[in-house]
Design a protein around this ligand. Sequence first.
Ligand SMILES: NC(=O)c1ccc[n+]([C@@H]2O[C@H](COP(=O)([O-])OP(=O)(O)OC[C@H]3O[C@@H](n4cnc5c(N)ncnc54)[C@H](OP(=O)(O)O)[C@@H]3O)[C@@H](O)[C@H]2O)c1
Length: 194
Amino acid sequence: MGNVASSMSMSLDGFVTGPHDSRERPLGEGGEVLHDWLGPAGTPADQAVLQEMVDGAGAIVMGRRSYDFCVGEGGWGEGGPAGDVPCFVLTHHAPDPAGVPPVFTFVTDGIKSAIAQAQAAAGDRTVGLHGATAAQQALEAGLLDEIQVHLVPVLLGGGVRLFDLLGAGPVELTRDRVIDAGSGVTHLRYHVNR
Ligand SMILES: NC(=O)c1ccc[n+]([C@@H]2O[C@H](COP(=O)([O-])OP(=O)(O)OC[C@H]3O[C@@H](n4cnc5c(N)ncnc54)[C@H](OP(=O)(O)O)[C@@H]3O)[C@@H](O)[C@H]2O)c1
């Protein structure tokens, strides 16, 4: 079975969006800078990190806010965040299937079920977690293998925190890679010890 890995761009003060994220501004006020490294501003080292994620992705688990803010026109277009890679969306209420791109499956029975379904779809490839709540729940359930933080040199002062609601007790990590991309972004990778 492949790794379960969270991979998120984060500000130095710990936010994965700026304040007031919405369908109009999925990364919140001032948060667009978090994803600059994915575009033309990215260096060859940034592009290599992105390519590694694209090549390794077998399935994605995300929360309903990430889906609502980015699905369709103006966001991911006809597919999901990684084209036709299957995506499992945590929600309490699945939407009307009309108009939902076929890569998305809605999961109403929790993180363990979402990750199990994603692993079945991914085979030996990576299950990537998008959004903050999926990573937090996977960590608490003991299902997260790896945390990648793409640390962006900005202080956003508000927004969605990557590590807001953790369970009891410290979570020990082993840092196994640091890439200074030369763009100001530092790509950090940690193994979750358990
Ligand atoms: N910086 C980055 O690299 C990056 C990457 C991806 C996304 N983002 C941003 O992150 C933000 C979203 O992250 P988020 O953490 O705020 O929200 P999220 O994880 O995308 O969505 C949270 C929602 O998912 C549903 N949900 C989560 N766990 C559930 C469970 N166990 N059972 C049932 N439903 C569950 C609930 O919605 P319902 O109750 O409505 O069903 C919950 O309110 C967006 O603004 C997105 O643009 C940033």
